[in-house]
Write a protein that binds this ligand. Structure first.
Ligand code: ATP
Ligand code: MG
Length: 605
């Protein structure tokens, strides 16, 4: 296919490149711009890899103006909410001369699956981003920092900022207090650093069973922020880790591990969702202690929160998505109805449309729901200038041209053509034939037309797009009254594109496919997976609102140009919407198309 030098293609290219001038400003951009102007991070050094203060100080001036990170836990497939986070973190790094790290947050010794690790990398690359900057792979595993995390924990103990607590979990919960009641100090809180260090090492050496003790930061049991009431930072778990094997039987808690991961990687702006706002004081407390102790590079990272993506008709909890898969409500993680990145991809969404969506919804600190129609609008905007057109009949009934033999000739076929894309004549033409028998949409014929119906009914004339004008003469029905054939006569000298073709005015134009050269294809008509716009809000049972009609499979007839469709190739089926050749099931000789979305928004209705 030729390269287009037209406006639409240029626009598409510009949005793909995500030029800075394009992106609307937001509070995160302002924070970053202020930091760049103030030179907040200008003097930082970088050793070429993650490391502690001494390592980084021995390095070069950091070539990255800012560093962000996308830190998924490799315990499931990424979804559209993660896509927002990927576009945000990688997009900001790209726009401000920075680098974004892909970091697997694999500090939990739960069963980690290489399948998830790989699918996360695929998702990031498919969305159009890269953790490789200047030949360096910025793909990191948090479990590689266990040694440093342990050292940081001992540092806190030695400086009187952490203690080993051996209360039972019940006692600990009771003594934590609540919003109105301050917590109570643990009887173990007054242990000396030497006692704590000895006991912590026993924890590390496997002398204690799971749950017998935890290491807690020593902050303030009366803090109005419950997260500062001596949070647990290390726990005992005799479990094998996919990366470190059996080296450890104690593992850091997420709230302790995450700030350290950011610090070791020289992250400047650590972006997370609003649920972590209450954790920020601990994030700062911990990094302040480690910086004061000379353990981490300076200036330290800062955390900023934004509102997570809530999309109508969609659930974005990995656990609930797993339930849909495990209970067979969908065919898998990549079912085209799933909001996973693999699902969106198979459904036919493009990386460009998802990037555009992320940019358009922007980032805010307000809790809100984004209408699903916004994503579809971005898809149409991306595909309209690109997708090849095709005629397809989804619900076929046969149309017979009863005067064909007289006006054209028995057994003859009439060659027709149409532009591959109406705005790109340079892309050429599609060819197909008009004959005595054609497929049309069943809904294009009405025996008794309702008001405003301009298509086929006895006595009415319509144009068959790119073909001839015909006059409807009625229909043949079976015993049950179902129409089996529509009959019409061709009006001579009305062929599209020939002189005088428009002499006869018609109000209706319908699409069709020749019986002679049409190809039978499986078409999967997807609809929203849930009927409730907020399927799991407020603890609702989301299974109760599963849409029983979320998939309707039909045998359609498609025009012959689609015989060469490749898996993943997108089309606009005229009058019907955007479709993609299924990346898994479509094959030459066995075409399968998925509906991505219609031509107009139908989500609001
Ligand atoms: P889940 O709760 O479904 O397991 P998670 O947030 O725990 O999702 P992680 O793998 O820990 O999943 O998330 C990686 C990153 O993606 C985090 O920085 C998180 O803030 C971000 N993220 C996850 N869900 C959303 C969302 N709906 N909108 C925006 N960002 C999100
Ligand atoms: Mg998580």
């Amino acid at each position: 296919m030729s390269v287009n030098h037209n406006n639409e293609a240029q626009k598409a290219d510009a949005s793909k490149a995500g030029a800075t001038s394009h992106a609307p400003s937001n509070f995160l951009r302002q924070i970053i711009e202020n930091d760049l102007n103030a030179g907040t991070y200008a003097a930082r050094r970088w050793a070429g890899q993650p490391g502690d203060a001494a390592t980084q100080q021995a390095g070069q001036p950091d070539p990255a103006k800012i560093r962000t990170r996308f830190p998924p836990e490799p315990n499931g497939y990424l979804h559209v909410g993660h896509a927002k986070s990927i576009c945000l973190n990688f997009g900001l790094a790209r726009d401000y001369g920075g680098i974004c790290h892909l970091r697997y947050d694999d500090t939990n010794p739960e069963k980690e699956d290489q399948e998830y690790v790989d699918s996360i990398a695929d998702a990031v690359q498919w969305l159009g981003f890269d953790w490789n900057a200047g030949g360096v792979e910025h793909r990191y595993y948090a479990s590689n920092y266990f040694d440093f995390m342990y050292r940081a924990a001992e540092h806190l103990i030695e400086t009187g900022k952490a203690y080993v607590d051996e209360q039972t979990p019940e006692q600990m919960r009771a003594n934590r207090g609540d919003f109105t009641t301050p917590g109570k100090d643990s009887p173990f809180r007054t242990r000396t650093p030497a006692e704590n260090l000895a006991r912590f090492r026993e924890m590390r050496d496997g002398k204690l069973p799971d749950g017998a003790a935890v290491l807690r930061a020593k902050i303030d049991m009366a803090s109005p922020n419950i997260n500062l009431r001596d949070p647990a930072i290390y726990r005992i778990k005799h479990a094998e880790h996919h990366n470190t094997g059996n080296s450890w039987c104690i593992y850091p808690m997420y709230t302790f591990a995450h700030p350290i991961e950011d610090a070791l990687e020289n992250i400047t702006h650590s972006l997370c969702t609003l649920e972590f706002e209450d954790q920020r004081p601990f994030y700062d407390w911990l990094l302040d202690r480690l910086r004061e102790g000379g353990l981490i590079n300076s200036p330290q990272p800062r955390q900023y929160e934004f509102a997570r993506l809530n999309l109508t008709y969609v659930i974005t909890s990995k656990r609930k998505l797993a339930q849909l898969v495990n209970e067979g409500h969908v065919t898998g993680w990549d079912d085209p109805r799933m909001p996973t990145i693999v699902g969106l991809r198979r459904r036919g969404y493009t990386p460009e449309s998802i990037q555009l969506f992320a940019e358009r919804i922007g980032v805010t600190k307000d809790y809100s729901w984004i209408d699903y129609g916004t994503l579809d609008a971005c898809l149409r905007e991306d595909l309209d200038p690109k997708a090849a057109r095709a005629m397809v009949v989804l619900d076929p009934v046969k149309l017979v041209i009863t005067n064909w033999d007289q006006v054209i000739g028995a057994g003859k076929l009439d060659d027709c053509h149409a532009p591959i894309h109406p705005h790109h004549p340079e892309r050429g033409q599609r060819q197909f034939t008009f004959g005595k028998e054609l497929w049309i949409e069943r809904s294009d014929y009405e025996e008794t037309p309702p008001k405003g119906f301009f298509r086929l009914f006895p006595g009415n004339k319509v144009r068959l797009k790119y073909g001839h004008v015909i006059e409807c003469k009625g229909a043949v029905k079976d015993a049950s009254g179902k129409v089996t054939e529509v009959h019409a006569e061709l009006i001579p000298d009305t062929k599209s594109g020939t002189p005088g073709a428009d002499a006869i005015k018609v109000k209706g134009v319908i699409t069709w496919v020749g019986v002679n050269d049409g190809i039978a294809a499986e078409v999967r008509l997807y609809d929203r997976l849930f009927t409730d716009p907020q399927p799991d809000a407020g603890g609702k049972d989301f299974l109760a609102s599963l849409n029983p009609d979320s998939l309707k499979t039909v045998t359609a007839y498609v025009e012959p140009s689609l015989a060469s469709a490749k898996p993943d190739e997108k089309f606009q089926f005229e009058r019907h919407g955007y479709f993609v050749a299924d990346r898994k099931d479509h094959a030459k000789g066995k075409p399968v198309f998925n509906r991505v979305t219609g031509l107009k928004d139908s989500w609001g209705k």
